[in-house]
Design a protein around this ligand. Structure first.
Ligand code: FMN
Length: 433
């Protein structure tokens, strides 16, 4: 039976599933209900000098009938008094000693202010601290959040200040709104961070109402850039998590676009030890963790993984530079005509948008509902470059699959070629005889 317990920066979490700092972790009542549902840990809604929020503050992108593919917010940190947040953390920890409660902190960039905040968070019983160097809106204009996390020197300096007094593990939460997340992660490490978490939200403007020209989310006809998250950001999060995993030595809590066990497992195989969830919990509620626990346990049992550590980072070695990809690996598309509905989407996509390797032809055998012959597209194998586009646009599951063909050549990457070329340009070795 899979053991979901995971060690993270010296702490033990009941499972890798934590709620990320945000609206679901705003109050003790919510966090306790979340723990009852099965979440292993919760990163409290960021605590700092209380602020005033706007109304409205959230926006979303729906796509083809799927609600909230991408989510955006212009919300700031907790608008509740600091002492209330710490009192509630104390209550939660007293009643749920096994679950991890992590205080997310953000204060002005003054050493003494950080020291005070760290001490208060620890006195409240927080198991760890997460430094919010990532909020892209509102707080950054006040010199906090991503204004810190975008500058390696600030990241290192404030992490160091926190570590001067912290007795519990310190997690630095990274912003994706940088050119090189690896540099910032390194700076956090130099400052003494025990772990990093990523990603915070991505700078975004959700859209504009073309009738009244109000950007979204609408605050009296105006709006501002906010933080993007939810399913749409998972690919960006996975890239950044794997980049940090390859370049750092501290544990990683993966965040971004996680809605089920599969998303979580992808973060884990790319190096994360724990994962955090915000948008999906806002959309579907705390209960989603039940499926996450069941699904991940089943996956681990099926693959013979006893613990998270048995498969953490397993895919990392397969994330390589482009120059190390095998240029002689060859696949081509295969259309399973018995499934084809003759919509021609693959043909149009390939003809106009790719490599003109599909031709339509009439198959008298295949009839549509009206008894007419359907135009079944056919792959021109000699022309197909194996780009995947037809399989990606085909509306029928498994109607188009990609098959590997023998290119008749042994594996060869661009870097192999360069190495061979360099070797062949070497002056002949001086011979001793
Ligand atoms: C409405 C909202 C409020 C958030 N507030 C905070 C916050 O106070 N502190 C913080 O570190 N992250 C905050 N986040 C960011 C999340 O913790 C998380 O990093 C981000 O949403 C990506 O995860 P997701 O795709 O699961 O939502 C907030 C996100 C949302 C949607």
């Amino acid at each position: 039976m899979a053991d979901l317990r995971v060690k993270f920066a010296g702490m033990t979490s009941l499972n890798p599933f934590w709620l990320a700092s945000g609206p679901p972790t705003n109050t003790a009542g919510q966090v306790m209900r979340a723990f009852d549902a099965g979440w292993g840990g919760a990163v409290w809604k960021t605590i700092g000098e209380p602020i005033v929020n706007t109304s409205s503050r959230y926006g979303a992108i729906d796509f083809n009938g799927t609600k909230v593919m991408g989510f955006n917010n212009i919300e700031l940190i907790s608008d509740r008094p600091t002492e209330v947040n710490f009192r509630e953390i104390y209550e939660v920890k007293k009643r749920y000693p096994q679950n991890l409660v992590i205080a997310s902190l953000m204060v002005e960039s003054k050493r003494e202010t950080w020291h005070q905040m760290v001490r208060r968070a620890e006195d409240a019983g927080s198991d760890a601290l997460e430094l919010n160097f990532g909020c892209p809106h509102g707080m950054s204009e006040r010199g906090m959040g991503s204004a810190v996390g975008q500058v390696p020197e600030y990241t290192e300096m404030i992490t160091r200040w926190v570590k001067e007094v912290a007795r519990v593990p310190v997690i630095v939460k990274l912003t994706p709104n940088v050119t090189s997340v690896a540099h910032i992660a390194k700076a956090a490490e130099r400052g003494g961070a025990d772990a990093v978490s990523l990603i915070n939200t991505i700078n975004s403007l959700m859209g504009v109402d073309l009738e009244n020209f109000s950007p979204r989310p609408n605050v009296g006809g105006k709006s501002t850039h906010g933080g993007y998250c939810g399913p749409a950001v998972k690919p960006i999060a996975l890239h950044l998590v794997s980049t940090v995993a390859k370049n750092s030595h501290v544990p990683i809590s993966g965040i971004g676009g996680i809605g089920d066990w599969h998303d979580a497992a992808e973060h884990i195989v790319l190096g994360a030890s724990t994962v955090q969830v915000c948008t999906a919990a806002m959309h579907y509620g705390f209960r989603i963790v039940e499926d996450m626990i069941d699904g991940l346990s089943q996956y681990m049992d099926d693959h013979g993984f006893g613990t998270i550590e048995d498969f953490r980072g397993r895919a990392l070695g397969n994330v390589v530079d482009w120059g190390d990809l095998d240029l002689n690996y060859k696949i081509i598309a295969e259309i399973h005509s018995e499934l084809c509905i003759g919509c021609q989407l693959c043909y149009v996509a390939c003809e106009d948008g790719a490599h003109q390797s599909i031709e339509p032809y009439r198959d008298a055998q295949k009839k549509n509902a009206n008894g007419f012959g359907v135009h079944l597209p056919r792959i021109v194998e000699e022309e197909c470059v194996g780009c995947n586009l037809c399989a990606l646009v085909c509306p029928v599951e498994t109607c188009i699959t990609m098959k590997q063909v023998d290119a008749g050549r042994s594996p060869m990457s661009w870097n192999d070629r360069m190495r061979q070329r360099a070797a062949s340009c070497q002056p002949p070795m001086a011979s001793g005889d």
